[in-house]
Design a protein around this ligand. Structure first.
Ligand code: PDD
Length: 289
Protein backbone atom coordinates (compact mmCIF):
# COMPACT_ATOMS: atom_id res chain seq x y z
CA UNK A 1 0.00 0.00 0.00
CA UNK A 2 3.07 2.26 0.12
CA UNK A 3 2.85 3.48 -3.47
CA UNK A 4 -0.68 4.75 -3.23
CA UNK A 5 -1.41 7.69 -5.52
CA UNK A 6 -2.15 10.78 -3.49
CA UNK A 7 -5.56 12.22 -4.31
CA UNK A 8 -6.02 15.98 -4.03
CA UNK A 9 -8.89 18.40 -4.09
CA UNK A 10 -7.81 21.37 -6.20
CA UNK A 11 -10.29 24.25 -6.17
CA UNK A 12 -13.10 21.80 -5.49
CA UNK A 13 -12.06 19.17 -8.06
CA UNK A 14 -10.84 15.74 -7.05
CA UNK A 15 -7.75 14.60 -9.00
CA UNK A 16 -4.38 12.88 -8.48
CA UNK A 17 -1.99 15.30 -6.76
CA UNK A 18 0.51 14.87 -9.60
CA UNK A 19 -2.06 16.27 -12.05
CA UNK A 20 -2.58 19.51 -10.16
CA UNK A 21 -0.91 22.32 -12.06
CA UNK A 22 -0.43 25.76 -10.61
CA UNK A 23 0.11 28.97 -12.53
CA UNK A 24 3.59 30.52 -12.17
CA UNK A 25 1.70 33.70 -11.28
CA UNK A 26 -0.02 32.15 -8.27
CA UNK A 27 0.82 34.53 -5.39
CA UNK A 28 1.68 31.60 -3.16
CA UNK A 29 4.36 30.59 -5.65
CA UNK A 30 5.62 34.14 -6.23
CA UNK A 31 5.36 35.69 -2.75
CA UNK A 32 4.46 32.89 -0.32
CA UNK A 33 1.16 34.78 -0.10
CA UNK A 34 -1.01 32.14 1.49
CA UNK A 35 -1.72 30.08 4.60
CA UNK A 36 -1.88 26.39 5.46
CA UNK A 37 -2.82 23.76 8.02
CA UNK A 38 -1.53 20.24 8.72
CA UNK A 39 -4.01 17.88 10.32
CA UNK A 40 -3.21 14.50 11.83
CA UNK A 41 -5.70 11.76 11.03
CA UNK A 42 -6.32 8.86 13.41
CA UNK A 43 -8.75 6.10 12.50
CA UNK A 44 -10.01 8.27 9.62
CA UNK A 45 -10.77 11.11 12.02
CA UNK A 46 -9.03 14.53 11.94
CA UNK A 47 -7.98 15.16 15.55
CA UNK A 48 -8.75 18.68 16.87
CA UNK A 49 -10.42 19.62 13.57
CA UNK A 50 -12.30 22.55 15.13
CA UNK A 51 -9.09 24.05 16.52
CA UNK A 52 -7.36 23.75 13.12
CA UNK A 53 -10.33 25.32 11.34
CA UNK A 54 -10.58 28.22 13.73
CA UNK A 55 -6.82 28.91 13.43
CA UNK A 56 -7.16 28.78 9.63
CA UNK A 57 -10.00 31.27 9.83
CA UNK A 58 -7.80 33.59 11.91
CA UNK A 59 -4.81 33.20 9.56
CA UNK A 60 -7.04 34.10 6.60
CA UNK A 61 -8.44 37.11 8.41
CA UNK A 62 -5.01 38.37 9.50
CA UNK A 63 -3.91 38.30 5.84
CA UNK A 64 -7.14 39.91 4.58
CA UNK A 65 -8.02 36.73 2.74
CA UNK A 66 -11.71 35.88 2.41
CA UNK A 67 -13.25 33.20 4.67
CA UNK A 68 -13.89 29.82 3.03
CA UNK A 69 -16.93 27.63 3.41
CA UNK A 70 -17.38 23.89 3.08
CA UNK A 71 -13.89 22.96 4.29
CA UNK A 72 -15.07 20.39 6.84
CA UNK A 73 -16.80 18.41 4.10
CA UNK A 74 -13.83 18.87 1.73
CA UNK A 75 -11.37 17.52 4.33
CA UNK A 76 -13.58 14.49 4.99
CA UNK A 77 -13.90 13.92 1.25
CA UNK A 78 -10.10 13.96 0.82
CA UNK A 79 -9.69 11.54 3.74
CA UNK A 80 -12.24 9.26 2.06
CA UNK A 81 -10.68 9.44 -1.42
CA UNK A 82 -7.25 8.62 0.01
CA UNK A 83 -8.68 5.92 2.29
CA UNK A 84 -6.68 7.35 5.15
CA UNK A 85 -6.89 5.60 8.47
CA UNK A 86 -3.55 6.80 9.83
CA UNK A 87 -2.12 9.82 8.12
CA UNK A 88 -2.30 13.53 7.57
CA UNK A 89 -4.15 16.14 5.55
CA UNK A 90 -2.40 19.20 4.13
CA UNK A 91 -4.55 22.20 3.30
CA UNK A 92 -3.24 25.36 1.68
CA UNK A 93 -4.93 28.54 0.52
CA UNK A 94 -3.17 31.13 -1.61
CA UNK A 95 -4.51 34.56 -2.50
CA UNK A 96 -4.88 33.48 -6.12
CA UNK A 97 -3.34 34.16 -9.51
CA UNK A 98 -2.52 37.66 -10.76
CA UNK A 99 0.20 39.63 -12.58
CA UNK A 100 3.12 40.18 -10.19
CA UNK A 101 2.36 43.26 -8.09
CA UNK A 102 3.47 43.36 -4.46
CA UNK A 103 0.47 45.10 -2.90
CA UNK A 104 -2.73 43.14 -2.49
CA UNK A 105 -4.77 46.23 -1.80
CA UNK A 106 -7.85 46.09 -4.05
CA UNK A 107 -6.85 42.68 -5.41
CA UNK A 108 -10.06 40.68 -5.23
CA UNK A 109 -8.80 37.31 -6.43
CA UNK A 110 -10.25 33.85 -6.32
CA UNK A 111 -8.11 31.95 -3.80
CA UNK A 112 -6.47 28.72 -4.92
CA UNK A 113 -7.31 25.96 -2.46
CA UNK A 114 -5.36 22.71 -2.35
CA UNK A 115 -6.17 19.85 -0.01
CA UNK A 116 -4.48 16.48 -0.12
CA UNK A 117 -4.08 13.58 2.22
CA UNK A 118 -1.37 11.11 2.90
CA UNK A 119 -1.67 7.68 4.41
CA UNK A 120 1.05 6.78 6.94
CA UNK A 121 2.00 3.11 6.81
CA UNK A 122 3.17 3.48 10.42
CA UNK A 123 3.14 6.25 13.01
CA UNK A 124 6.05 8.31 11.68
CA UNK A 125 7.18 9.77 14.99
CA UNK A 126 6.07 7.15 17.50
CA UNK A 127 9.60 5.77 17.88
CA UNK A 128 11.01 9.28 18.45
CA UNK A 129 8.41 9.81 21.17
CA UNK A 130 9.49 6.60 22.89
CA UNK A 131 13.18 7.43 22.85
CA UNK A 132 13.01 11.24 23.01
CA UNK A 133 14.81 13.45 20.51
CA UNK A 134 17.89 15.66 20.29
CA UNK A 135 17.52 19.39 19.67
CA UNK A 136 19.80 22.38 19.24
CA UNK A 137 19.19 26.01 20.15
CA UNK A 138 19.35 28.74 17.52
CA UNK A 139 18.57 32.44 17.24
CA UNK A 140 15.06 32.98 15.85
CA UNK A 141 15.63 34.68 12.50
CA UNK A 142 12.00 34.69 11.38
CA UNK A 143 9.63 37.59 10.77
CA UNK A 144 7.34 39.39 13.23
CA UNK A 145 4.05 37.57 12.45
CA UNK A 146 4.78 33.98 13.41
CA UNK A 147 1.22 33.83 14.80
CA UNK A 148 0.00 33.51 11.19
CA UNK A 149 0.38 30.01 9.73
CA UNK A 150 1.70 31.45 6.50
CA UNK A 151 3.50 29.70 3.67
CA UNK A 152 6.63 31.78 4.37
CA UNK A 153 8.68 29.09 6.09
CA UNK A 154 12.18 29.84 4.88
CA UNK A 155 13.48 30.73 8.37
CA UNK A 156 11.99 27.48 9.72
CA UNK A 157 13.48 25.48 6.85
CA UNK A 158 16.94 27.00 7.39
CA UNK A 159 16.83 26.26 11.13
CA UNK A 160 15.66 22.63 10.82
CA UNK A 161 18.24 22.01 8.11
CA UNK A 162 20.99 23.22 10.45
CA UNK A 163 19.56 21.04 13.24
CA UNK A 164 19.50 17.97 10.99
CA UNK A 165 23.06 18.64 9.86
CA UNK A 166 24.07 18.65 13.53
CA UNK A 167 22.30 15.34 14.18
CA UNK A 168 19.22 16.84 15.86
CA UNK A 169 15.51 16.59 15.00
CA UNK A 170 14.37 20.04 16.14
CA UNK A 171 15.77 23.51 16.75
CA UNK A 172 14.53 25.53 19.73
CA UNK A 173 14.57 29.16 18.68
CA UNK A 174 15.38 32.18 20.86
CA UNK A 175 14.55 35.83 20.24
CA UNK A 176 16.43 38.38 22.36
CA UNK A 177 17.43 35.57 24.74
CA UNK A 178 13.91 34.21 25.21
CA UNK A 179 12.45 30.96 23.91
CA UNK A 180 9.93 31.27 21.10
CA UNK A 181 9.19 27.86 19.53
CA UNK A 182 10.57 24.99 17.47
CA UNK A 183 10.73 25.06 13.68
CA UNK A 184 7.48 23.11 13.45
CA UNK A 185 6.46 22.73 17.07
CA UNK A 186 5.72 24.58 20.30
CA UNK A 187 7.93 24.06 23.34
CA UNK A 188 7.25 23.29 27.01
CA UNK A 189 9.85 23.40 29.75
CA UNK A 190 9.36 21.64 33.09
CA UNK A 191 10.85 23.09 36.25
CA UNK A 192 10.05 21.92 39.78
CA UNK A 193 7.00 20.08 38.42
CA UNK A 194 5.58 23.24 36.81
CA UNK A 195 4.94 23.37 33.06
CA UNK A 196 6.24 26.57 31.45
CA UNK A 197 5.52 27.61 27.88
CA UNK A 198 6.00 30.94 26.08
CA UNK A 199 2.91 33.16 26.08
CA UNK A 200 0.86 33.56 22.90
CA UNK A 201 2.18 36.51 20.90
CA UNK A 202 3.15 37.48 17.38
CA UNK A 203 6.38 35.49 17.90
CA UNK A 204 4.83 32.02 18.07
CA UNK A 205 2.15 29.99 16.37
CA UNK A 206 -0.87 29.28 18.58
CA UNK A 207 -0.37 25.51 18.37
CA UNK A 208 -3.43 23.29 18.52
CA UNK A 209 -1.57 20.80 20.76
CA UNK A 210 -0.07 23.57 22.91
CA UNK A 211 -3.48 25.06 23.58
CA UNK A 212 -5.11 21.67 24.12
CA UNK A 213 -2.44 20.67 26.61
CA UNK A 214 -2.54 23.95 28.55
CA UNK A 215 -6.29 23.47 28.97
CA UNK A 216 -6.07 19.78 29.95
CA UNK A 217 -3.19 20.34 32.39
CA UNK A 218 -5.08 23.18 34.09
CA UNK A 219 -8.20 21.01 34.36
CA UNK A 220 -6.20 18.49 36.37
CA UNK A 221 -4.69 21.29 38.49
CA UNK A 222 -1.16 20.95 37.18
CA UNK A 223 0.84 24.14 37.48
CA UNK A 224 1.07 25.79 34.04
CA UNK A 225 2.71 29.16 33.44
CA UNK A 226 2.50 30.95 30.09
CA UNK A 227 5.41 33.32 30.62
CA UNK A 228 8.69 34.37 28.97
CA UNK A 229 11.36 31.66 29.32
CA UNK A 230 15.01 32.67 29.25
CA UNK A 231 17.77 30.62 27.68
CA UNK A 232 19.06 30.06 31.23
CA UNK A 233 15.68 28.57 32.28
CA UNK A 234 15.83 26.25 29.29
CA UNK A 235 19.38 25.20 30.05
CA UNK A 236 18.49 24.31 33.65
CA UNK A 237 15.16 22.61 32.83
CA UNK A 238 14.21 19.31 34.46
CA UNK A 239 12.46 18.33 31.23
CA UNK A 240 11.75 19.81 27.81
CA UNK A 241 9.17 18.60 25.33
CA UNK A 242 7.76 19.79 22.04
CA UNK A 243 4.19 19.61 20.76
CA UNK A 244 2.77 19.49 17.24
CA UNK A 245 0.16 17.77 15.13
CA UNK A 246 2.77 15.37 13.80
CA UNK A 247 4.80 14.77 16.96
CA UNK A 248 1.94 15.25 19.50
CA UNK A 249 4.12 15.56 22.68
CA UNK A 250 7.73 14.40 22.33
CA UNK A 251 10.50 14.76 24.89
CA UNK A 252 13.76 16.56 24.09
CA UNK A 253 16.43 14.55 25.90
CA UNK A 254 19.47 16.42 24.68
CA UNK A 255 19.96 20.09 23.86
CA UNK A 256 23.12 21.31 22.14
CA UNK A 257 24.64 17.88 22.83
CA UNK A 258 24.05 18.28 26.59
CA UNK A 259 21.72 15.95 28.46
CA UNK A 260 18.37 17.47 29.53
CA UNK A 261 17.46 16.36 33.09
CA UNK A 262 17.91 12.61 33.40
CA UNK A 263 18.63 12.31 29.66
CA UNK A 264 15.51 10.14 29.31
CA UNK A 265 11.85 10.77 28.60
CA UNK A 266 10.67 12.29 31.88
CA UNK A 267 7.38 11.78 33.75
CA UNK A 268 5.93 15.17 32.80
CA UNK A 269 6.59 14.67 29.08
CA UNK A 270 4.97 11.28 29.43
CA UNK A 271 1.98 12.81 31.20
CA UNK A 272 1.63 15.41 28.41
CA UNK A 273 1.69 12.70 25.76
CA UNK A 274 -0.77 10.54 27.69
CA UNK A 275 -3.22 13.46 27.94
CA UNK A 276 -3.09 13.97 24.18
CA UNK A 277 -3.41 10.21 23.52
CA UNK A 278 -6.47 10.16 25.78
CA UNK A 279 -7.96 12.99 23.71
CA UNK A 280 -7.31 11.04 20.51
CA UNK A 281 -9.00 8.02 22.01
CA UNK A 282 -12.02 10.10 23.07
CA UNK A 283 -12.35 12.00 19.77
CA UNK A 284 -11.25 9.39 17.25
CA UNK A 285 -12.01 6.18 19.11
CA UNK A 286 -8.54 4.73 18.76
CA UNK A 287 -5.86 3.88 21.28
CA UNK A 288 -2.37 5.00 20.18
CA UNK A 289 0.73 3.58 21.84
N1 PDD B 1 3.63 22.73 12.09
N2 PDD B 1 4.96 26.17 15.54
C1 PDD B 1 5.24 26.06 14.23
C2 PDD B 1 6.19 27.03 13.62
C3 PDD B 1 4.65 25.04 13.47
O1 PDD B 1 4.93 24.96 12.15
C4 PDD B 1 3.78 24.12 14.09
C5 PDD B 1 3.12 23.01 13.34
C6 PDD B 1 3.51 24.27 15.47
C7 PDD B 1 2.58 23.36 16.21
O2 PDD B 1 1.24 23.58 15.84
P1 PDD B 1 0.18 22.41 15.95
O3 PDD B 1 0.23 21.90 17.38
O4 PDD B 1 -1.13 23.04 15.68
O5 PDD B 1 0.58 21.39 14.95
C8 PDD B 1 4.11 25.32 16.15
C9 PDD B 1 3.06 21.71 11.23
C10 PDD B 1 2.98 20.36 11.87
C11 PDD B 1 3.83 21.73 9.92
O6 PDD B 1 4.17 22.83 9.48
O7 PDD B 1 4.06 20.68 9.33
Amino acid sequence: MENRKIIAMWNGHIMPLEQVSVSPLDRGYVFGDGVYEVLRIYNGCPFLLDAHMSRLEQSLEKMSLPPLSGLYADILSVIGHNEIEEGMVYLQVTRGTAPRVHSYSNLALKPNVLIYGKHFPEHPSAQDAKSGIKAISLPDLRWGRCDIKSLNLLGNCMAITLANERGALEALQFRDGFLTEGTSSNVFVVKNEAFLTPPLSNHILPGTRRNYLVEKLRLRNSMVREAPISQQDVNSADEIFITSSIREATAVISLDAKQVGSGRVGPMAKLARDLIMKGIEEQCGVLIG
